[in-house]
Design a protein around this ligand. Structure first.
Ligand code: NI
Length: 169
């Protein structure tokens, strides 16, 4: 219960495929609340199950940046059902790759279907930062990191620094 340790690259769990949640048990609800707490504490705007070593298809997000209050999303089995043809580029970072950011180009909006914490199926149309965030978090459920979306040169540059940091920690 409470805060969970966040895994960092090159932890192999971050490259694994997460499994769908079959049933919304109290354990799953607790997990989603722990994830929200861990995300706010970090602080970050999104967190996916695999980042705390839980290979389940669950994500939490809050991209409101305290502008008009918290806007916490807790999603179970999120699935992108429609994506924009147009793309947009935003700077991304990741709690599992601390200290490294890069511009990532993704579809400008997406429609997402998910089950909420009460077991109700919902849909969300995400634009702007939230669209980038939900795509980034769903990527985590498939073992994909934002550095997989950038140039090989930039990725290698970040990777070299990451490995150096790992050796020194
Ligand atoms: Ni991330």
């Amino acid at each position: 219960m409470g805060l969970k340790p966040i895994l960092f690259v090159p932890d192999p769990l971050l490259r694994k495929m997460a499994s769908p949640v079959e049933e919304i048990t109290n354990d799953i609800k607790q997990l989603l609340d722990d994830m929200a707490q861990t995300m706010y504490d970090a602080p970050g705007i999104g967190l996916a199950g695999p980042q705390i070593g839980e290979l389940k298809r669950v994500i939490v997000m809050d991209c409101s940046r305290d502008e008009d209050g918290d806007e916490l999303w807790q999603m179970i089995n999120p699935e992108i059902i429609q994506i924009a043809k147009e793309t947009t580029t935003l700077e991304e970072g990741c709690l599992s790759i601390p200290g490294h950011n890069a511009d990532v180009t993704r579809p400008a909006w997406v429609d997402v279907r998910f089950t909420d914490i009460n077991g109700t199926e919902q849909q969300m149309k995400a634009e702007g930062l939230l669209a980038a965030c939900v795509q980034h978090e769903i990527d985590h459920l498939n073992g994909v990191l934002f550095i997989d979306h950038i140039s090989k040169l930039k990725k290698n540059m970040i990777w070299r620094k990451v490995l150096k940091e790992v050796r020194h920690s």
